[in-house]
Ligand binder design. Structure first.
Ligand code: BES
Ligand code: MN
Ligand code: ZN
Length: 501
């Protein structure tokens, strides 16, 4: 979808605009938005409202053709709810209803003249971003590996957004538009990587994707191979990787957008390209969805695409630890004890708690960047879905002042981006659940608080810097008829980084 912004005024009126379709908002109780009023010189729109053909409820639509006094071929009335102060939710349903109708039109261009500056507690740039991200989600395809592609996208391909209340097009928009497009493209990369079958999206494939990104956006890149990981003594990561015939890859991307002396933000992604559980094998039904166990890694790569495209003025390091978790004669057994990069010994009581085993070494590796902050992103625990469902990512940090500040930054970025997270507690009492009689740490906790004990495990490896952990087990993909990766938490992460500039 191609977006641009244009200002309409008394000389350059909406009514005289040449386009296939003009979408304007109407409200319940037969109220018209300012843009709808501007098209109502002949009373056709108020008549349509009076007739009861459109309720004005969020997401209701009515397509009119040949409205007298309007140059556009069609006028699409879109309901935005009861109130002229629109809520986020009603704006979002209006956007998705509009895009649905646009997809069925025999026209390839349209103007959207919505009250962008009337969304409660949001500004016009937010509304613009909601439009761009909504369109990008609507046009995302999942037919990349089908021999016959789904029908081509028809309908509207070019959207002009009317600047609100006659504001000059330059005052909102241009940067918001490029930023939104960058986030949308980043999310699409994350979605694509997540959806790809696990025989294609291997650790090697992730490494090649990262190399391509580095080429496209000028990132520094290093991909560490098994030999180098052995030299670094990443015994924990390698214990997971050794059960698979696929070579592990440890990917380090650097976006040097800030001053050379500025400490970077480090993003660390869990890149298990397939999680069978290992010798602690998972049950069969639904196991295909464990191809999504690399979505943390996918979100790091997607966020890099977004910040690369934006040319974000910040130093960011991205680390992806990628391997498969497979059962085999070489796989770890329950009871095995391994030594992590930082010397911590770990008793592997359950080979299915592998995410923390690869992340702990990546978190030790992150120390060398003397980071301003480290955020790891992982589909870490099924228990996180029990706690938060599929709406909210889990956020975990220590609770001193520096970490409270980092948590606030991440939570706020999530709210701003419509990609929300919620904070959980950590601490000694939970950490005690990870005690082992034979090693420094067990890789699973005693029963209860499984998402927290998983985060506590990681916490042990992050004491040299400010750190937060995002558990995206519930938010990274959708199951069921619309199975597919969501592209989350790219909006949260990108917004968090943008706010740091
Ligand atoms: N990748 C899974 C977590 C997961 C499961 C995410 C289902 C999304 C949906 C992770 O590696 C795992 O298997 N975790 C175990 C931990 C347990 C053994 C302590 C879990 O959550 O069951
Ligand atoms: Mn697992
Ligand atoms: Zn896993």
């Amino acid at each position: 979808m191609d977006f641009s912004i244009k200002a309409f005024d008394t000389k350059n009126t909406l009514a005289a605009a040449k386009t296939g379709c003009l979408a304007v908002a109407v409200f319940e109780n037969k109220k018209l938005s300012a843009a709808a009023q501007a098209l109502d010189a002949n009373g056709a729109i108020s008549a349509a409202l009076k007739s009861g053909d459109i309720s004005g409820k969020p997401g209701s639509t009515l397509l009119l053709r040949g409205v007298a006094g309007v140059t556009a071929a069609r006028v699409l009335l879109v309901g935005m709810g009861a109130d002229e102060t629109v809520t986020e939710k009603s704006f979002a349903s209006a956007v998705s209803a509009t895009l649905k109708v646009f997809g069925t039109l025999g026209s390839n261009d349209a103007i959207i003249a919505f009250p962008l500056d009337s969304v409660k507690e949001r500004d016009a740039n937010w509304a613009l971003r909601a439009l761009v991200l909504g369109a990008s989600e609507a046009e995302f395809r999942t037919d990349g590996q089908k021999s016959k592609k789904d029908p081509a996208i028809s309908g509207v391909r070019k959207i002009v957004v009317a600047a609100p209340n006659g504001a000059a097009a330059g005052t909102i928009g241009k940067t918001a538009l490029t930023q939104a497009a960058a986030i949308a493209n980043g999310m699409n990369l994350t979605r694509e990587l997540g959806n790809l079958s696990p025989n294609v999206c291997t650790p090697t494939f992730l490494a090649n994707t990262a190399r391509k990104l580095a080429e496209d956006y000028g990132f520094d890149i290093e991909v560490l191979e098994r030999k180098q990981l052995e030299a670094l003594k990443m015994g924990s990561f390698l214990s997971v990787a050794k059960g698979s015939d696929e070579a592990p890859k440890f990917i380090v991307l650097k976006h040097n957008g800030g001053k050379s002396k500025d400490a970077p933000v480090v993003l660390v992604g869990k890149g298990i390209t397939f999680d069978t559980g290992g010798i602690s094998l998972k049950p069969g039904p639904g196991m295909d969805e464990m191809k999504y166990d690399m979505c943390g890694a996918g979100s790091v790569l997607g966020t890099f695409r977004a910040i690369g495209e934006m040319g974000l003025k910040l130093n960011v390091v991205g680390i992806v630890a990628a391997c498969e978790n497979m059962p085999s004669g070489r796989a770890s057994k329950p009871g095995d004890i391994v030594t992590a990069m930082n010397g911590t010994t770990i008793e592997i009581l359950n080979t299915d708690a592998e995410g923390r085993l690869i992340l702990c070494d990546a978190l030790s590796y992150a120390e060398r960047f003397k980071p301003a902050a480290v955020v790891d992103i992982a589909t870490l625990t099924g228990a996180c879905i029990v706690a938060l469902g599929h709406h909210t990512s889990g956020l975990f940090t220590r609770d001193d002042a520096a970490h409270d500040a980092l948590a606030t930054e991440l939570l706020d970025a999530g709210k701003q981006a419509g990609d929300v997270a919620w904070r959980f507690p950590l601490g000694e009492i939970y950490n005690d659940q990870l005690k082992s009689n034979f090693a420094d740490l067990a890789n699973i906790g005693t029963p209860g608080a499984a998402s927290i004990t998983a985060a506590c495990f990681l916490e042990n490896f992050t004491r040299k810097y400010t750190w937060a952990h995002l558990d995206i087990a519930g938010t990274a993909w959708k199951s069921g008829a619309n199975k597919g990766a969501t592209g989350r938490p790219v909006p949260l992460l990108t917004t968090f980084l943008m706010n740091r500039v």
